[in-house]
Design a protein around this ligand. Structure first.
Ligand code: CO8
Length: 259
């Protein structure tokens, strides 16, 4: 599939996906969602050890779902549009490699929801986050009501969603919506630095850790602890575990093969 709205860059085992619809501040329309779905479905989680997602330009990460496309939707069409976006974001959340959102400006509505589907969020100091949907007569429809409360707590999520108020990078950092704030000039280098730290570790172990954290969130403590024990055990069936521990004991460094 040819991509009109996605720019893909490869840097060793790190892949960077840039969403590019500059005229609408990278707002997500159906065509972009379709391209993202295709990209994620074909994404090579063996070749790449980390994915970075950002927005084109210096003003916006993603300014939401495309309001011009949503304006005339009827009930079932709205439901289908929401479900399509939510499915794409779930693919990000469950991708077998970590995904870093490098939020370089507006992350509003669907943009904030996209960032929240990623494993790690960092942003530039001009970033603005918010869920302004109720001001448009809708609710967050790309899983914002699900993920915001999980990330920042129910009280803060409710206030942000009911008021639609946008918050700046420093407040997003304070409430735990992002992990760190950098200047625009530093942002992508920092994202790459984190990605490289991840990529240097055993890929199967990183994947297993991601799956554990995701799956165990909704389990009872007993089930979650059991699940972790099983996945922990499986790590001992990998060459990476053998080589990683051998390298440590020999005071060397392991080049993990993902086997
Ligand atoms: N959709 C469509 N076009 C947009 C969007 C958007 N979300 N955001 C910006 N644009 C367009 C503007 O219309 C404008 O186009 P034009 O030049 O043709 O007039 C262009 O981008 C530049 O925008 P502005 O001139 O407004 O730039 P400013 O710097 O003045 O303002 C803002 C930037 C603050 C980001 C402003 O554009 C804005 O408020 N945008 C809308 C933000 C928003 O409300 N986002 C949430 C949308 S709803 C949503 O995401 C729901 C997700 C779940 C969907 C579920 C489906 C059922």
């Amino acid at each position: 599939m040819e991509y009109n709205y996605l720019k893909i860059a490869e840097n060793g085992t790190i892949c960077t996906l840039t969403i590019s619809a500059p005229k609408s501040l990278n707002a997500l329309n159906s065509a972009i969602l379709k391209e993202m779905d295709d990209f994620l479905t074909k994404f090579d989680c063996v070749k790449y050890r980390c994915l970075i997602i950002t927005g084109d330009g210096e003003k916006s990460f993603v300014a939401g779902a495309d309001i011009s496309e949503m304006a005339t939707l009827k009930m079932l069409e709205g439901q289908a549009f929401g479900a399509r976006g939510a499915a794409v974001f779930r693919k990000i959340e469950t991708l077998h490699v970590p995904v870093i959102a490098a939020v370089n400006g507006f992350a509003l509505g669907g943009g904030c929801e996209l960032a929240m589907a990623c494993d790690i969020r960092i942003c530039s100091d001009n970033a603005k986050f918010g869920q302004p949907e109720v001001g448009l007569g809708i609710i967050p429809g790309f899983s914002g009501t699900v993920r915001l409360a999980r990330l920042v707590g129910m009280g803060m999520a409710k206030q942000l969603i009911y008021t639609g108020r946008a918050i700046r990078a420093d407040e997003a950092l304070r409430i735990g919506l992002v992990n760190a704030v950098y200047t625009q000039a530093e942002l992508m280098d920092k994202a790459m630095e984190i990605a490289n730290q991840i990529a240097a570790n055993a890929p199967l172990a990183v994947k297993a850790a991601k799956m554990c954290i995701n799956e165990e969130y909704d389990m009872s403590a007993d089930d979650a602890i059991m699940n972790e024990s099983v996945i922990f055990g499986r790590c001992f069936a990998t060459e990476d575990q053998k080589n990683g521990m051998k390298a440590f004991l020999e005071k060397g460094k392991c080049e993990f093969q993902g086997k």
